[in-house]
Design a protein around this ligand. Structure first.
Ligand SMILES: [Zn+2]
Length: 497
C-alpha cells in the first residue's frame, strides 16, 4: 500500500513563497508532442521553472496576461540567410527584428564563402570568428549558423568547427556545380570561389560528417543540409524558357522544373546510402520533390533523413506571388504542388517548416528582367501566422502539430532541444503569445524588415503573435518591437542543464 507523506501545517508555513521574475498567466499552453492545456508559467533567470494549473499573481514581480491567448514555444526558424545581400550586422538587426513578428525566438542561418555574404574565401578558422564578431550584439533573437563546406581546406575543418564553434550542421548546394553552364557569366568557380565543387566533393563531405556524427553520437545530431536541384536539367530548361516562354514566375518554375529536384534528391540518396550521412532535404517545393524524398526514405530505411518545406511553398504559388518579386530557388510552383505539401504535413512526412528568409530589397528585383533579379525574399515574420491561418484555420492541422513543425522539430534536429523549441521545466522561456482569432492582412510595413515589399502582401491571415518573449524578456508586443538586441550565439549542442 502507498501511504501518504504526512504534512503538518507547520511544514507548509515554513515553505518559502515561490518568487518568479515573471508569470505568464491564463493562457492555453501548446506543448509539442503533448497537446494543449490550460496552465500558468513561472519564469526565473530566463528559464521556465514552474508549470502549474494556477500560479498566484502575487508570486511574480511581473505578470504577463495571456487570457484568451495560445502560448506557443518560440519558433526556431532553421532556414535563414543573414547577410546574403546586405552588410551582415545591419541585416542581422533588421531581419531578426522582423522575425519577432512571426513568433520566432531563435534562428539558424546559412553562411558560406564565395560570392554574396562576405564575398571572400579561405579557412573558416579565420572567417567564422569574423562572422561571430559581426553578429555579436546585433540580434533580437538567439541565433546559430549552419556552414557550407566549399573546398578541400574547409573539409579538413569540419571536426574543428563541431568542437570549437558548436556547428552541428553543414550544407551543400547541388546546383552550384553548374553555375558556369546555366549563366553567361565567367566560370562557375568565380561564384563558389572553389575548385571541384561537385558530387565528388559532396561524397568526401558526407564521409567526414558521417565519421564525426558517429563519434559524437551522445552529443546530439550532426547533419548535412542539401539544396536539391540538378544543374544540367536547369541548363536545358532555362534555354527552352528563354526561347519559348512562358514569362513570369510560371516560366521561372518551368526553367527549374520539379524534375531537377527529383533527380538531385536521388543522387543525394545514393551518396548518403554509400556513406551513412544524416541529411536534411531543404525547401521541398513540389509533389515530385516530396515524393522523391519519400522514395529515398523507403529505399534506404536506415538513413536519417529530415524533410523541410517553406512557408512560401505552402502558401504561395507562381500565380499568386505578384510579379517577379516572388523569384526564389527552388521556384514557387502550382496550387496542386502546395496542396501536396500540406498533405505531407497532415500525414507527418514533412518534419520542419522554415522561412528561408533572405532579405532581398527592391533594387535587387528588376520587374523587367526575371533573369537578372536576385532570388529569395523574407518571410520569417509570417512563420506562425501562415501556419496557423493556412494550416489550422483553413486545413484543420492541430496547433500542437504546427508547434512541432516550427519549433520542436527544428530544435531537435539541429541540437537545440529541449532548451529551445518546447515548453518545459528548465527550457528557455522563449514564447509566442498568439491571439488565435486576430485577423490581419499582410502589409510589408508591419513586418519590421528592411525589405520594402512582401510576396505575401495583402494575404488575409488569422492567428498572429501579440507578444514574443525571449528568455523571459518581452521583445515584441502589440505590433511594436519593445526589446533590445539581446540575442546570443547558440553553440550546439546546447546543453539541457
Ligand atoms: Zn536557403
Amino acid at each position: 500500500m502507498i501511504s501518504a507523506i504526512p504534512q503538518s501545517d507547520h511544514a507548509l508555513e515554513e515553505t518559502p513563497l515561490q518568487r518568479y521574475e515573471s508569470i505568464v498567466k491564463g493562457g492555453r499552453l501548446v506543448i509539442p508532442f503533448l497537446g494543449e492545456l490550460r496552465g500558468d508559467l513561472g519564469i526565473r533567470e530566463g528559464r521556465i521553472v514552474a508549470i502549474a494549473e494556477e500560479i498566484p499573481a502575487s508570486a511574480g514581480e511581473s505578470v504577463i496576461d495571456a487570457r484568451g491567448m495560445m502560448v506557443f514555444p518560440g519558433a526556431v526558424d532553421s532556414h535563414y540567410h543573414v547577410g546574403i545581400y546586405r552588410p551582415h550586422s545591419e541585416d542581422a538587426e533588421s531581419e531578426s527584428r522582423s522575425s519577432l513578428v512571426g513568433g520566432v525566438t531563435a534562428l539558424i542561418s546559412y553562411f558560406r564563402t564565395g560570392q554574396n555574404y562576405l564575398g571572400t574565401t579561405g579557412p573558416y578558422r579565420e572567417i567564422f570568428p569574423r562572422v561571430l564578431a559581426l553578429s555579436d550584439g546585433h540580434f533580437y533573437t538567439d541565433y546559430a549558423y549552419h556552414l557550407a563546406i566549399m573546398d578541400s581546406v574547409q573539409l579538413d575543418e569540419i571536426e574543428m568547427l563541431v568542437d570549437d564553434f558548436g556547428i552541428a550542421s553543414f550544407k551543400f548546394y547541388m546546383f552550384y556545380k553548374g553555375l558556369n553552364l546555366a549563366s553567361d557569366s565567367t566560370a562557375g568557380s568565380a561564384y563558389t570561389m572553389a575548385e571541384n565543387y561537385d558530387l565528388g566533393h559532396l561524397y568526401r563531405m558526407m564521409e567526414r560528417i558521417t565519421a564525426i556524427a558517429a563519434q559524437r553520437r551522445t552529443a546530439g545530431r550532426i547533419s548535412l543540409s542539401l539544396h536539391c536541384e540538378n544543374p544540367e536539367i536547369i541548363r536545358v530548361f532555362i534555354e527552352e524558357v528563354k526561347r519559348h516562354g512562358p514569362g513570369g514566375l510560371a516560366g521561372y518554375s518551368r526553367s527549374r522544373p520539379p524534375l531537377s529536384e527529383r533527380l538531385s534528391i536521388h543522387e543525394a540518396g545514393v551518396l548518403a546510402d554509400a556513406t551513412g550521412c544524416p541529411l536534411n532535404l531543404l525547401h521541398l517545393s513540389s509533389r515530385e520533390a516530396l515524393q522523391a524524398a519519400m522514395e529515398i526514405r523507403t529505399r534506404y530505411p536506415q538513413l536519417d533523413i529530415v524533410c523541410e518545406t517553406t512557408l512560401h511553398h505552402l502558401a504561395l504559388t507562381c500565380d499568386t506571388a505578384g510579379g517577379i518579386k516572388g523569384k526564389v530557388n527552388p521556384p514557387l510552383r502550382t496550387r496542386a504542388d502546395a496542396e501536396f505539401l500540406w498533405q505531407g504535413i497532415h500525414s507527418g512526412r514533412v518534419d520542419t517548416v522554415a522561412s528561408d528568409h533572405a532579405c532581398c530589397q527592391e533594387l535587387d528585383k528588376d520587374e523587367d528582367d526575371l533573369w537578372r533579379s536576385l532570388p529569395g525574399f523574407g518571410g520569417s515574420a509570417l512563420l506562425y501566422p501562415v501556419l496557423l491561418s493556412e494550416g489550422w484555420h483553413k486545413r484543420g492541422i492541430p496547433p500542437v502539430r504546427l508547434a512541432e513543425l516550427a519549433a520542436a522539430n527544428p530544435a531537435r534536429h539541429f541540437g537545440l532541444y529541449p532548451r529551445k523549441g518546447t515548453i518545459a521545466i528548465g527550457a528557455d522561456a522563449d514564447l509566442a503569445l498568439v491571439d488565435p482569432g486576430k485577423t490581419q492582412r499582410v502589409h510589408a510595413a508591419a513586418l519590421h524588415s528592411a525589405q520594402e515589399y512582401s510576396p505575401f502582401e495583402g494575404m488575409e491571415l488569422t492567428g498572429w503573435p501579440v507578444a514574443t518573449i525571449l528568455r523571459g524578456q518581452v521583445q515584441y508586443k502589440d505590433g511594436e518591437v519593445v526589446g533590445g538586441k539581446i540575442g546570443r550565439y547558440l553553440k550546439r549542442p546546447l546543453p539541457g542543464e
